[in-house]
Design a protein around this ligand. Structure first.
Ligand SMILES: *[C@@H]1O[C@H](CO)[C@@H](O)[C@H](O)[C@H]1NC(C)=O
Length: 459
């Protein structure tokens, strides 16, 4: 979430040396759904066979300090869903949810309104500390993350999970936490696969930091398939009532062309020079749809930083006051519907080379930390009851050695070996080499076992 605005300094460089592309097919949408599930294929999101664009808002009434889950309270979500319908959005992002509470009412009401939800799996109490990633990437944290997946994966209108929010910031030292953010992303994807859940896409929401934006993006899409994200999202406050060129968005489109995964803006909505939300027209235009899949306007609820479009007098007030910006944003969405057709997407996906270390990007290894031993059992047993938002949180949790990472992981360590139900088309299509390798290992072990047994019988 946003405290101050940054102006990006921009230059262009296309992706180099990517490995061979993998064609992917969208999963079939779930039939029971009141809303079809959204899937990822190539560098785009899909609603059945139609391209899906994120046209939404960031939604956290009270901000992060209130630590309030707006999807666990009927009064709150009913009030705001009425406003979402007026805006004509199709997605909200919620930063803080309580994994010990039930979300049936709000999630179903959102689905009835045609609205998907992107859930941040972390919250201020359960998150990676950017300057102490080693001890904050612990089993207590992962238990909370996995419990959040358990709670929201069951809703067809859960669009995606964020594995972290602005963990890496403009302080170069914070780039060392990127390995841990990427490890959590790997663990979440493995958890979803191991539990036999619907393949809800998992990705990271990066801060608006011009000096490491490209490295961060590259890093989240390098390495083995189990280590790569399903999409990438970043926050961008550079529009500032200008245009495609002046904002430098043309350069970013150039830079992200050929990235290999879907991309959307997890926050946009610069306040400088007033706000006509020209971002919407740009995001829905041919200039961007081959690379971007829409974005989320920051933000719905008015807080002290002044980005909101709805003033909420008290946490549980039954109504809100639309402020300047509300109607302008609704008008921008209405004037710029999601384009028909495939938007010029790329049907293949591929990994990128990992970024190299420099004075801004301090990560000097491509290897990720292993999952903490005490968190591994959640893959087979499930995470159990979520800790909710009370309690001491994971950053101050007492730790034994097995609660934190034991060292560097092998590539492929996050591959789903067996799952509670049949795996999806996507994972089957994209992880063939790794699967083939592990299948080979298993059959070799079975052969060895047979030989040992045969010898034992002879003796
Ligand atoms: C494009 O990429 C280059 C190389 O990574 C970087 O220096 C430049 O700042 C990027 N431009 C934008 C607009 O992000």
């Amino acid at each position: 979430m946003r405290a101050i605005s940054l102006v990006s300094v921009l230059a262009a460089l296309p992706w180099l040396g990517s490995s061979s592309p993998t064609p992917t097919e969208p999963d079939r949408p779930s039939k029971r759904a009141s809303l079809p599930t959204v899937t990822v294929s190539g560098n785009a999101f899909w609603q059945g066979k139609d391209r899906f664009y994120v046209r939404g808002v960031d939604y956290q009434p009270g901000g992060s300090s209130a630590m309030q889950d707006p999807l666990a309270d009927k009064t709150i979500c009913e009030r705001d869903i009425a406003q979402f319908k007026k805006l004509g959005i199709n997605t909200i992002r919620v930063y803080i949810t309580d994994n010990s509470k039930n979300h049936d009412y709000c999630m179903n009401s959102l689905a009835d309104a045609g609205i998907y939800v992107i859930i941040d799996a972390n919250n201020p109490r359960y998150s990676i500390n950017r300057f102490d990633p080693v001890s904050s990437y612990n089993s207590q944290y992962l238990q909370s993350v996995f419990a959040t997946i358990d709670e929201f994966v069951k809703y067809d209108n859960t669009l995606a999970f964020f594995s972290g929010n602005e963990v890496v910031n403009d302080n170069a030292a914070s780039t060392l936490s990127a390995r841990y953010v990427k490890a959590v992303t790997r663990d979440m994807r493995q958890y979803i696969g191991s539990r036999g859940y619907r393949k809800v896409p998992v990705g990271y929401s990066a801060a608006d930091v011009s000096q490491t934006r490209m490295q961060m993006a590259q890093y989240m899409n390098c390495g083995s398939d189990d280590e790569r994200s399903d999409f990438f999202a970043f926050n961008d406050y550079s529009w500032c009532n200008s245009n495609f060129m002046t904002s430098g968005w043309d350069q970013k489109v150039k830079n992200f062309t050929g990235y290999g995964l879907p991309i959307f803006l997890s926050e946009y909505g610069c306040l400088t020079n007033g706000r006509d939300f020209g971002e919407v027209a740009a995001l829905m235009s041919k200039q961007m749809t081959h690379v971007y899949s829409g974005g989320l306007m920051y933000e719905y609820a008015m807080e002290e930083n002044g980005y909101g479009i709805a003033k909420i007098p008290g946490a549980k007030s039954p109504s809100v006051q639309e402020v300047d910006g509300f109607q302008k944003f609704a008008d921008a969405l209405a004037a710029n519907p999601a384009p028909k057709g495939d938007g010029g997407f790329t049907s293949t996906t591929h990994a990128l080379p990992c970024p190299t270390k420099d004075s801004e990007w301090l990560v000097d290894t491509d290897r990720l930390p292993t999952i903490p031993t005490n968190a591994k059992m959640y893959m087979s047993n499930g995470a159990g009851a979520g800790p909710g938002l009370d309690g001491e949180g994971s950053q101050s949790a007492p730790e034994s050695g097995d609660d934190i990472s034991g060292g560097d992981a092998e590539q492929g360590s996050g591959t789903v070996s067996s799952s509670a139900s049949a795996s999806s088309t996507k994972s089957a299509a994209t992880s063939t080499p790794t699967n083939a390798r592990s299948t080979g290992r298993v059959s070799m072990m079975l052969t060895l076992l047979a030989i040992v047994l045969a010898i034992a019988t002879l003796l």
